[in-house]
Design a protein around this ligand. Structure first.
Ligand code: ADP
Length: 399
C-alpha cells in the first residue's frame, strides 16, 4: 500500500484507545488522514458529510449497543469497510458483528503496527474486489438492457421493412419498396451506432498503457474525428495551449471527442462555440475545461448525467445513447482524475476534468493498483439507472 492518502474514521469514546490506534497506523507507515469521533450518532453524521476508506468502530461506544451501531452504519453506507475493535472476550460478538456487515474485527489488545497494516490492507482490498464485481454486474445489466430493449425493436423493424420490400417488389411498386429500403438503412445505421457506443463504453475498461500524451495533438485528433459534425453545425472549436500529460492517448482523444461532440449537439445557438483549456491543478496534475454556449443543464441533474443511459432531452431532437458521459467518467477514473460540470441553464455548460500527475505507471498495462482501490469513491458507486430506451424509431405512417 503506497501512494494515496487513506481516509480513516476512528469511532471510539476512549481517547487513549484512539491515540493507540492512530499511533499504530502511523507506525505501520500508512499514509492516513484520521478523523475521530466518540459516538455512533456522530460517526453516522460524519460519514454522511465525507467519504472514508474505512471506519474503525469501537464495539462498546456509549449511547447505542455496538451491534446496532454496526447495523446502522452498514445499512446507510453498505460499501464502507468497517473494522470493529473489541475488548477482551468479545470475540463471539465480533462474529455476530461480521454477520451484520463489519468487514473484520481487531481485539484492542492486538492493536499494533503490524496488525493495523494487515487488517486495513485486507478490508480495503476486499472492498475493492466487491466494487469490481458490482461494476461487472452493472455492465452485464447494461448489455442485457441494450440487447433486450434497444436492439430488439429495431431488429424487428428491419425484419418488417424487409418483408414489405419483398411484397412491394412482388406487387410491382418499386417506389414504395425504395422508401422501405431507406428505412432499413437508417435503422441499421442507428443499430451500428449503438453497438459502436456500447463497444466504446465497455472497452474503456480494457488494458491500456500510460505514456506521455501531448493534449494539443489529442485535441487535433478529436477535431479530425468530428470534422463532418463540426462543419455541419458551423461550430467554432478552439483550444488554448494544452499541456503534456501522462495518460492513454486513444482514451483521452475519446474523452475530448465526447465532450466537444456534446457541446455541439446540445446547443441551439446557430454558431456553437466550444473552448478547451487547461491550467495547473493546486494538488498537482492538470485541470481541463470544455466550455460551450449550449442549452445548459439544470443543477439538479449535473451529477446524474454521468450515469449510464441518463438523458435529459427528447430523443427525436438530439440523438444519442446516454453512454457518452458514462464513458468519459470511466476514462477519467482510470486516469485517477475526477469529472464534473457546472452549468447555467440556457447559457452554456463547462465540463471539468482533472488528470493526475502521479501514480500512473508509464509502462504499466493495467489500472494502477492502490490509488484506485483505496479511492474513497469505492464507497459510493454510481448505479446504472435507465431513463429511456436508446432507439427512437419513427416508423413511416403507412406501415
Ligand atoms: P448522449 O449524448 O448520448 O445523450 P451523454 O451521456 O453524452 O449521452 O449525455 C447525457 C445527457 O447529458 C445528455 O442526453 C444531455 O441531456 C446532457 N448533456 C451532456 N452534455 C451536455 C452539454 N454539453 N450541454 C447540455 N446538456 C448536456
Amino acid at each position: 500500500m503506497s501512494g494515496a492518502v487513506l481516509r480513516i474514521l476512528i469511532a471510539d469514546d476512549d481517547e487513549g484507545d484512539r491515540k493507540q490506534i492512530k499511533r499504530a497506523i502511523h507506525q505501520a507507515g500508512l499514509q492516513c488522514e484520521c478523523t475521530e469521533t466518540s459516538s455512533t450518532e456522530q460517526a453516522l453524521e460524519i460519514c454522511e458529510q465525507s467519504e472514508f476508506d474505512c471506519v474503525i468502530f469501537d464495539y462498546r461506544l456509549p449511547g447505542q449497543d455496538g451491534l446496532a451501531g454496526i447495523t446502522a452504519l452498514h445499512e446507510r453506507f453498505p460499501h464502507l469497510p468497517i473494522i470493529m475493535s473489541t475488548g477482551h472476550g468479545d470475540e463471539l460478538i465480533a462474529a455476530d458483528a461480521m454477520k451484520r456487515g463489519a468487514s473484520d474485527y481487531i481485539p484492542k489488545a492486538n492493536v499494533n503496527a503490524l496488525s493495523m497494516h494487515r487488517i486495513i490492507g485486507n478490508v480495503i482490498e476486499k472492498a475493492s474486489l466487491h466494487r469490481k464485481v458490482r461494476q461487472q454486474q452493472e455492465e452485464l445489466e447494461i448489455f442485457a438492457r441494450v440487447l433486450v430493449h434497444d436492439l430488439r425493436a429495431p431488429a424487428a423493424a428491419v425484419q418488417t421493412f424487409a418483408t414489405r420490400i419483398a411484397e412491394r417488389l412482388a406487387s410491382g411498386e418499386p417506389e414504395k419498396a425504395l422508401e422501405y429500403a431507406n428505412w432499413v438503412i437508417q435503422t441499421a445505421e442507428r443499430m451500428n451506432l449503438l453497438i459502436e457506443t456500447l463497444h466504446r463504453y465497455t472497452t474503456a475498461d480494457a488494458k491500456i498503457t500510460f505514456e506521455p500524451v501531448d493534449m494539443n495533438r489529442a485535441f487535433e485528433a478529436a477535431l479530425n474525428n468530428l470534422q463532418d459534425l463540426i462543419q455541419a453545425a458551423g461550430a467554432r472549436v478552439t483550444a488554448a495551449n494544452l499541456p503534456n500529460v501522462l495518460g492513454n492517448a486513444p482514451q483521452l482523444i475519446q474523452l475530448l471527442q465526447n465532450l466537444i461532440g456534446n457541446g455541439m449537439k446540445f446547443c441551439d445557438d446557430p454558431a456553437p462555440r466550444i473552448q478547451v483549456a487547461a491550467s495547473e491543478n493546486e494538488g498537482g496534475g492538470w485541470l481541463f475545461s470544455v466550455s460551450d454556449n449550449g442549452i445548459g443543464i439544470p443543477d439538479a441533474h449535473c451529477k446524474r448525467i454521468f450515469e449510464p443511459f441518463v438523458r435529459l432531452t427528447g430523443r427525436s431532437k438530439r440523438k444519442g445513447s446516454g453512454l457518452g458521459l458514462a464513458t468519459c467518467k470511466k476514462i477519467v477514473d482510470r486516469h485517477l482524475g475526477s469529472i464534473w460540470c457546472e452549468s447555467k441553464q440556457g447559457s452554456g455548460t463547462t465540463f471539468f476534468f482533472t488528470l493526475s500527475a502521479a501514480n500512473l505507471q508509464p509502462e504499466g498495462n493495467d489500472r494502477p493498483t492502490l490509488p484506485a482501490n483505496v479511492s474513497a469513491s469505492l464507497c459510493q458507486p454510481a448505479e446504472a439507472k435507465c431513463s429511456e430506451p436508446f432507439m427512437h424509431l419513427e416508423f413511416p405512417a403507412s406501415l
